[in-house]
Design a protein around this ligand. Structure first.
Ligand SMILES: C[S@@+](CC[C@H](N)C(=O)[O-])C[C@H]1O[C@@H](n2cnc3c(N)ncnc32)[C@H](O)[C@@H]1O
Length: 628
């Protein structure tokens, strides 16, 4: 579909199988005789042909290019007769009828002669050369010299890196007085990463790892313009080699992607319509049937008639993933707890084929307006838009088959889109986000029906906003982590620094700009086992378990190395993932309500006076008519 760019450059791979098998052509002697140049030959060709004749007759010598000489002198080649064959073939081409062939082989030769700076024949050739040929030779020579120099420098650098010395405090102070020299910073970053990757061998006597890490952190902050806190957080999250890739990826925008709105069109038809408008596109990948990647366009992609008609939405590739993990079904009752501007809500509606009931909530009324606009444009008719604080939702409406919590977050996965995060986020922000996320995830679980699914996602790469939050939910509610069903993505971290999370958080998925060429994202899927709340939930500390011994090897995932920092009786929740019931107590504040997947509009009706809601297409009374 579309105009596919052929990114794989095809390089000729030498003679084919048949050609290799064939012996060089052997001609009868009379045909090998040198012919007089034909009348049609040009002046230069005639000169060359005359020279060749002289060489053959022994009245002149002919210089061979350095490489070819080497090949000719190579005994092993001689013994196989290959060089003779080459010579013979060359001679045949040179003397043959084809002027082009002759010219070609001649053109190749003087270049090497010139390289050797020889006189004689080559100087004659020089005289014959066109200015462009001379220029080309000079450029080749210059390039060769540069390459040689580069190689020498590389060797020198390698030798230097083995005994790389960190700058002294005085040198650093001096440096700080001047504007940053990016070239120096870049090479020092490279050097320090090199030392850290082979520390015992490359370290400077008397220097600790922390000295190098501090220097690296300072340099990375300056080079990539991050604040110290965030750089530290990233250094804890990624191995060093990967860290640089991640930071580099944050400097370039991700590909523009759109999602076909299957409520209105098919991807094939949309692609054709956009191609007709001069949009160069491709399917996003095998993992999505609705995504298209836009390489370039002659028209603004956010203002085409197809866009205005709601045939697609501009949406980052990673934003498809939480909805795919949620896998909403036709007729479901679904809650999108923080929905604005509605990209994922509209995707959910499309998968539900506008059936069932979809509640799109966002605490920010201004942002909720964008949800209204998008849902109208995209033809969503099964949705209600609400503007509540997600934390209060369980008191109003429960029994959802599926709940999406695309949580408010620090945005550390989308720095290429919003580079202000590089300097604006500090530890307080992350703590605040994490705290809110923990409250919202519990609310999301409470809203879900028994057996229902909750997808938790963020566009952050920080553990505190991801695995930590999921681990917290596992301790506080009777849920288990299940497979997201997504085909790709890195596993969630079951451990981080000294912290140990429930091993099942591994089932969650991490997506990175440097590995997946999409925004950094985290997706976890939970299944609610029951409405019961672990009896110890209130006593459980919010902090995840800490490892006993920080020297434990990173690979040691044994149960021994885990110390669950729970108080007495906390075993209950450990069994969540084995599907057994933990010690439980009924939540007093929560009135249970089994809905079997059908919306209980009574709740909404009761609170209608307070609800700032909008209904699209269908009235709120009674369950939606389902289109199957
Ligand atoms: C990551 S955005 C959601 C993006 C949306 N899911 C989409 O795909 O278009 C997070 C949203 O959470 C909303 N939010 C923040 N605090 C909230 C709360 N306490 N309850 C509900 N929504 C909240 C923000 O207004 C913001 O729109």
């Amino acid at each position: 579909m579309g105009r596919k760019g052929n990114f794989v450059e095809k390089t000729p791979s030498g003679p084919g199988r048949k050609a290799k098998k064939q012996k060089p052509p052997t001609l009868p002697d009379h045909l090998k005789e040198v012919k007089e140049p034909r009348e049609t030959l040009g002046r230069r060709s005639q000169k060359r042909a005359a020279k060749r004749s002289a060489v053959k007759a022994g009245t002149a010598t002919r210089k061979k290019p350095a490489k070819k000489n080497k090949a000719v002198n190579d005994e092993s080649l001689d013994s196989e007769g290959m060089s003779d064959d080459d010579g013979e073939r060359k001679q045949l081409f040179d003397d043959g009828d084809s002027d082009n062939m002759g010219e070609q082989s001649e053109d190749d030769e003087p270049l090497d002669d010139n390289f050797k700076g020889s006189s004689g024949d080559s100087s004659n050739d020089d005289e014959e050369e066109l200015p462009i040929e001379k220029k080309s030779k000079q450029l080749k020579l210059k390039k060769q010299q540069e390459d040689d120099l580069g190689e020498k420098e590389l060797l020198m650098n390698i030798q230097q890196s083995e005994k790389y010395t960190l700058p002294s405090g005085e040198e650093i102070e001096k440096e700080l007085l001047l504007p940053p020299d990016l070239t120096i910073l870049k090479s020092r970053i490279k050097e320090v990463v090199g030392v850290l990757s082979d520390f015992t061998i490359k370290r400077e006597e008397g220097r600790d790892r922390i000295d190098y890490l501090d220097q690296l952190r300072r340099d990375l902050c300056t080079y990539y313009s991050y604040n110290d806190f965030l750089m530290g957080a990233f250094m804890e999250t990624f191995p060093l080699g990967e860290l640089i890739d991640f930071l580099e990826a944050n400097e370039t925008p991700r590909p523009m992607t759109i999602r076909t709105n299957t409520l209105k069109t098919r991807r094939r038809d949309l692609a054709q319509a956009l191609i007709n408008r001069g949009v160069n596109l491709d399917p996003i990948g095998k993992w999505s049937k609705v995504g298209l990647v836009i390489y370039n366009s002659q028209v603004p992609v956010g203002a085409t008639p197809e866009y205005l008609a709601g045939h697609y939405i501009l949406q980052g590739a990673s934003s498809f993933l939480p909805v795919m993990a949620l896998a909403p079904q036709e007729g479901d009752k679904v809650l999108d707890m923080s929905a604005a501007p509605g990209g994922k809500t509209s995707h959910i509606a499309a998968l539900m084929k506008n059936t069932g009931m979809l509640f799109a909530n966002d605490a920010n009324p201004e942002r909720a307006k964008a949800v209204v606009g998008n849902l109208h444009r995209l033809g969503v008719t099964n949705a209600v838009v609400m503007t509540y604080d997600g934390k209060v939702l369980p008191k109003m409406s429960r029994g959802y088959n599926r709940v999406l919590l695309d949580a408010p977050c620090s945005g550390t996965g989308v720095i290429s889109k919003d580079p202000s995060a590089k300097t604006s986020k500090d530890s307080k922000d992350i703590n605040r986000c994490s705290h809110l996320q923990k409250e919202l995830i519990l609310a999301a679980i409470d809203c879900a029906d028994e057996g229902g699914y909750i997808v938790y996602s963020t566009c952050s790469v920080l553990v505190q906003e991801n695995e930590w939050v999921v681990d917290y939910a596992l301790k506080k509610r009777h849920v288990k982590v299940v497979d997201t069903g997504l085909e790709f993505g890195r596993e969630g971290f079951p451990r981080f620094q000294k912290l140990v999370f429930h091993p099942s958080v591994k089932l969650s998925r991490r997506f990175y700009p440097h590995t997946h060429n999409m925004d950094g994202f985290f997706v976890a899927k939970l299944k609610k086992i029951s409405n019961n709340i672990p009896s110890t939930a209130e006593e459980i500390e919010e902090e995840p378990a800490e490892e006993k011994n920080s020297n434990d090897s990173d690979d040691d995932t044994s149960a021994k190395s885990r110390r669950m920092k729970r108080k007495k009786g906390s075993k209950a929740n450990d069994s969540n993932n084995k599907n057994s019931n933990p010690k439980i107590k009924k939540g007093n504040d929560v009135k249970e309500e089994k809905t079997n997947g059908v919306a209980k509009t009574g709740i909404l009706k009761k609170k209608a006076g307070n609800l700032k809601k909008k209904v699209f297409g269908k009235k709120m009374k009674g369950p939606m008519k389902q289109r199957k």
